[in-house]
Ligand binder design. Structure first.
Ligand SMILES: Nc1nc2c(ncn2[C@@H]2O[C@H](COP(=O)(O)OP(=O)(O)OP(=O)(O)O)[C@@H](O)[C@H]2O)c(=O)[nH]1
Ligand SMILES: [Mg+2]
Ligand SMILES: [Zn+2]
Length: 304
């Protein structure tokens, strides 16, 4: 059973993230690669492929060096632990990426992954659903698949309509009406081969949270909201015993349960040490002059 980390990475900074859903083969990877190709900032990607070999991850990796693959299961149901582990892998990076794109599997229900909207270190920017124009008007599609597709579309903040080059104008018209019924007011961009308007994907990474009627219910208070950060000044220099005493006294300065603290402290012999607390564990590590040149306050993160 996956458990969220207890404290936030990157000093509380939140990386905006985009979930990209859409039926199998709709064109998700194609669109993601287009966005990555146009982006000028570091974007991390989690790619979920239900199959045993993650082809998409290979394709995406050539565009984004920061790709985590999640194979052999679906993040919305059977691969939940794997999804958590993929986030952990990203949280372990020293620097956060500017944005995270998650390619959901073609069978995922975007609505089912919304509980991850505010997982530690990340915050949902929007749900993009890629819809193949051919699939949208395909009369031979079984009803249960159609129902599933309709639910994907209903969860969208932005619909990317791909493959409009594969159907005629009347079918595009019918398709657009369907989209309007299923996701009223949601913008639709046509990325069909050949008719890709320049800048059509400009909104892809900037959906700005959620629209009324879709992701209204972000789950509860965020992990971030439940933590608070204090800054405790240090009267240095302090020797080892002095540092231990300071840490012993922290609960008097800070309310709640301390989960994390860190700071750089000067010692009487002129060296600097890194002082760290994680839960009940303390660590004092000497620093080289190249690692730090002056002491800092102690940053303390605690749970209310
Ligand atoms: N003609 C046409 N083909 C497209 C378009 N977009 C994608 N394709 C093709 O459709 C196929 C599937 O595209 P992908 O981007 O891999 O689709 P996907 O949704 O990522 O697929 P899965 O991850 O397997 O569910 C590829 O062969 C693409 O080249 C389009 O606008 N027009
Ligand atoms: Mg794909
Ligand atoms: Zn699923």
């Amino acid at each position: 059973m996956y458990r969220e980390p207890e404290f936030l990475p990157w000093d509380g900074r939140r990386v905006p993230m985009t979930f990209v859903g859409g039926y199998l083969g709709a064109g998700k990877t194609t669109v993601i690669n287009e966005v990555l190709g146009a982006a000028e900032r570091p974007i991390a990607v989690i790619v979920n492929d239900v199959g045993e070999i993650n082809i998409d991850a290979r394709l995406v990796r050539s565009r984004s060096g920061d790709t985590v693959e999640l194979t052999d299961g679906c993040v919305c149901c059977s691969a939940i632990d794997g999804f958590g582990a993929a986030f952990d892998q990203l949280r372990a990076r020293l620097e956060p990426p500017d944005h995270l794109i998650v390619e959901l599997s073609g069978v995922a229900e975007p609505a089912n992954v919304l509980p991850w909207s505010n997982t530690a270190g990340f915050l949902l920017d929007g749900v993009v659903v890629v819809v193949g124009a051919d699939q949208l008007v395909d009369a031979t599609m079984p009803d249960w698949v159609r129902t599933h597709l309709d639910r994907q579309i209903a969860a969208a903040d932005l619909v990317v309509l791909s493959k409009t080059d594969l159907v005629d104008a009347a079918a595009i018209d019918t398709g657009r009406h369907r989209l309007d019924e299923l996701a009223p007011g949601v913008p639709v961009v046509d990325t069909g081969r050949g008719n890709n308007e320049p800048g059509a994907l400009g909104r892809f990474l900037a959906l700005g949270g959620h629209r009324a009627g879709a992701i209204t219910a972000l789950p509860g208070p965020t992990l971030f909201d439940l933590h608070h950060t204090d800054t405790v000044p240090i009267d240095g220099p302090l020797d080892q015993a002095g540092i231990e005493r300071l840490l012993d006294e922290l609960p008097r300065h800070v309310g709640g349960r301390i989960v994390r603290a860190k700071g750089v402290v000067a010692t009487p012999d002129g060296t600097l040490v890194l002082v760290q607390v994680v839960g009940n564990r303390r660590e004092i590590t000497p620093l080289f002059p190249t690692e730090a040149d002056s002491p800092t306050d102690l940053v303390v993160i605690s749970l209310d």
